[in-house]
Design a protein around this ligand. Structure first.
Ligand SMILES: Cc1cc2nc3c(=O)[nH]c(=O)nc-3n(C[C@H](O)[C@H](O)[C@H](O)COP(=O)(O)OP(=O)(O)OC[C@H]3O[C@@H](n4cnc5c(N)ncnc54)[C@H](O)[C@@H]3O)c2cc1C
Length: 308
């Protein structure tokens, strides 16, 4: 990290670059040790400069959305965590709505509802950012980002591209290569800048009624009062994850302060002082137990960050 403070002096002075920043408060699990460098660029140029610096110096970097699908190591992250928090613009053009990576999905859904544009109701309770949702192809209640996405702007994280006069790549809908909780952003390590969603006109009161219905379902089924990262495992074809875990007798099962939620067995919750290691041990225990009983290997949906 030689000279990073000098190279990015303007970011350090304005508090947009911090050192040894504890990551737990940036995650919905409230778990995670320090990042060597925590950067919050608020222009595309700052973002590109950070990426160029990291690549040139062979320093690892991690792009952070709202931290709602992450398990961050207790030892934190050796490298630069780049938060997309500051990229927050939303605009409408007819039935198309553009949102930058750092926009909260909830804010986007509220905006589209007020504008009388339907299509994103399924996403109103997903607590991530637009960048994280596109990266993950987030979905719920038979909806997913892939169904409403029209196009995106992104960066290919390679030096030649980042240093070129036009580093921005435009992806049309089919170029996102979406499948269940998967996208081209994961496969090609692309950095998401913004997306345009194609929506349909509808009565705002009908849209909010659907949003409220989904919200009620979430409130009644999910342990939203405790820190978690949502569903820990992907849904295996032909099975329901929560049911498999429940039928292994693991409802409420606990390692340290990490527990299988007694409200929803697909969630692991932090009962207070869970460590990343507690959560990881519990994940492995669940995977082994479910595999032994049902022969089904559960794959994680949440993403691990840092060394374990
Ligand atoms: C209570 C709860 C309920 C949930 N319910 C759902 C649900 O119903 N459906 C669902 O799909 N998910 C759900 N989730 C999981 C999570 O909210 C989603 O996966 C969400 O899309 C993650 O977005 P994020 O901004 O928090 O991403 P983060 O957790 O910050 O990051 C997730 C991944 O995306 C990458 N990323 C983030 N932003 C960018 C970017 N701009 N460019 C490139 N990569 C980026 C990160 O590097 C990381 O690999 C839930 C989580 C919680 C806590």
């Amino acid at each position: 990290m030689k000279y990073i403070k000098e190279v990015f002096a303007h970011m350090v002075e304005s508090g947009k670059m911090r050192f040894n920043e504890i990551l737990a408060p940036y995650t919905s699990f409230h778990i995670g040790g320090p990042a060597d460098v925590f950067a919050m660029p608020d222009t595309q140029k700052e973002l590109i400069d950070l990426l160029i610096y990291a690549i040139k110096h062979d320093i690892k970097y991690f792009i952070l959305g709202k931290g709602t699908n992450l398990l961050v190591s207790d030892r934190g992250f050796r490298g630069i965590v780049i938060s997309m928090e500051a990229f927050r613009k939303i605009t409408r053009d007819e039935n198309f709505v553009s949102a930058f990576a750092g926009v909260e999905l909830k804010k986007l859904c509220e905006f589209t509802q007020q504008e009388g544009l339907a299509g994103l109701e399924f996403a109103c309770g997903i607590p991530g950012s637009v960048g994280g949702a596109v990266f993950m192809n987030a979905g719920a209640y038979d909806g997913e980002i892939a169904n409403v996405l029209y196009c995106s702007k992104c960066l290919i994280a390679d030096l030649e591209n980042l240093q070129s006069s036009n580093p921005i790549l435009h992806l049309r809908a089919h170029e996102h290569d979406f499948s269940y909780r998967m996208s081209a952003f994961q496969k090609r390590s692309l950095i998401h800048l913004s997306s345009v969603f194609k929506l349909k006109e509808d009565d705002p009161s009908q849209i909010i009624a659907r949003m409220n219905e989904y919200d009620n379902q979430r409130q009644s089924k999910q342990p939203l009062d405790l820190p978690s990262a949502g569903s820990v495992f992907k849904r295996p074809q032909g099975y329901f994850t929560g049911k498999l875990i429940d039928e292994c007798g693991l409802r409420g099962y606990r390692i340290g302060d990490a527990a299988i939620s007694s409200k929803h067995c697909g969630f692991i919750v932090n009962l207070g002082n869970a460590t990343a290691q507690d959560v990881l041990s519990l994940i492995q225990y669940v995977q082994d137990t479910v595999y032994r009983k049902f022969g089904v290997r559960l794959q994680t949906e949440l993403r691990t960050v840092g060394e374990f």
